[in-house]
Design a binder for this molecule. Structure first.
Ligand SMILES: [Zn+2]
Length: 68
């Protein structure tokens, strides 16, 4: 999964975080990808927090979509 800003031709950083679905609490393999310049910045940390707070796994996302 990609997060944050990745410019074209920019080196990408792969990192792992523990992500849990905010609906069913399932642990999701948290292999994430971001741009080298963005990685570790304050806005990166904020975005990662927000990402974790709002994350839905594929199944829950599908459910949400079909229940609309
Ligand atoms: Zn879920």
């Amino acid at each position: 999964m990609r997060i944050g800003k990745i410019s074209e031709n920019e080196k990408k950083v792969r990192f792992n975080v523990e992500i849990y679905c905010t609906n069913c609490n399932k642990k999701v393999p948290g292999g994430l990808l971001t741009g080298e310049k963005y990685y570790g910045t304050e806005s990166f940390k904020k975005e990662l927090e927000l990402f974790k707070k709002t994350y839905l796994c594929g199944i829950c996302r599908d459910k949400k979509r079909t229940s609309k």
